[in-house]
Design a protein. Structure first.
Length: 244
């Protein structure tokens, strides 16, 4: 009988399969969150208001759910390449998987650097877009969007986008309970930014963990593909499909 691949390579194959199971979970979570944002009344009303804005920023925010769903589907496709390559011992799929992961890591690093460099501009765009959405809803007396803002104010302990002056000139509008009782409260834009900054270590750790998983998956795919290429004829590879 032929000898089997080394324990180290078989272990790497198992690790690669494990990582891709995690990718599947992440992909499904992104799809689920994106669908939730689309169907939840509070998210949907604000996002639809933003999507109706003529500005590029408003349209971009309006398609947030679609981006998350698309990212989830893309993650599932990556996991499919990895699983098929590892299970079927297909070097072509493994190299394609490694290439896609490498490109994805580069894009993520570029996006992270750009977000850090243009942090102040992104914050300004975010505040202006949210303010435009609120002012549009106030002028149109859009109760659905205003109800969502009131729920946001009560949950985040904030008032308006910048402060309570956002409601000046709209005395007929019903304000949230928190905004009525705490007129000197901070705006919701700053409250949300503060919430994100407070949880920045968790967010950064999560992103770092994803990058680490992608790096290990990249290394595992290349190692396994190299091992299959250099496999002597008398070595047997375990799996659904075996090289002869």
């Amino acid at each position: 009988m032929g000898r089997e691949l080394s324990c180290g390579v078989e272990f790497m194959r198992g690790v690669l399969l494990f990582f891709n199971v995690l990718f599947v979970i992440v992909g499904l979570a992104l799809i689920g969150l994106g669908v939730y944002i689309k169907v939840d009344d509070n998210f949907a009303s604000i996002l639809s208001e933003l999507a109706n804005e003529s500005s590029f920023q408003g349209q971009s925010l309006g398609f947030l759910a679609f981006v998350m769903i698309g990212g989830g589907v893309f993650t599932l496709l990556i996991a499919l390449f990895g699983c098929m390559g590892a299970l079927w011992n297909n070097r072509c799929l493994l190299y394609m998987y490694a290439l896609v992961l490498a490109l994805l890591m580069i894009l993520e690093l570029v996006a992270f650097i750009m977000a850090f460099v243009y942090k102040s501009n992104l914050t300004k765009v975010y505040k202006e877009t949210l303010s435009t959405a609120l002012q549009t809803a106030l002028k149109a007396d859009d109760e659905k969007v205003l109800t969502s803002f009131r729920k946001l104010e009560d949950s985040m302990h904030c008032c308006g986008v910048y402060n309570i002056s956002d409601y000046d000139g709209y005395s007929n509008i019903t304000k949230s309970d928190y905004c009525t009782k705490n007129k000197d409260s901070q705006g919701c834009s700053d409250a949300i930014i503060g919430f994100l900054n407070k949880h920045l270590p968790i967010i950064g750790g999560s992103l770092g963990g994803v990058l680490l998983l992608e790096l290990l998956g990249l290394i595992g795919a290349i190692v396994l593909a190299k091992a299959l290429k250099n496999k002597p004829d008398n070595i047997v590879v375990r799996g659904p499909t075996r090289y002869k």
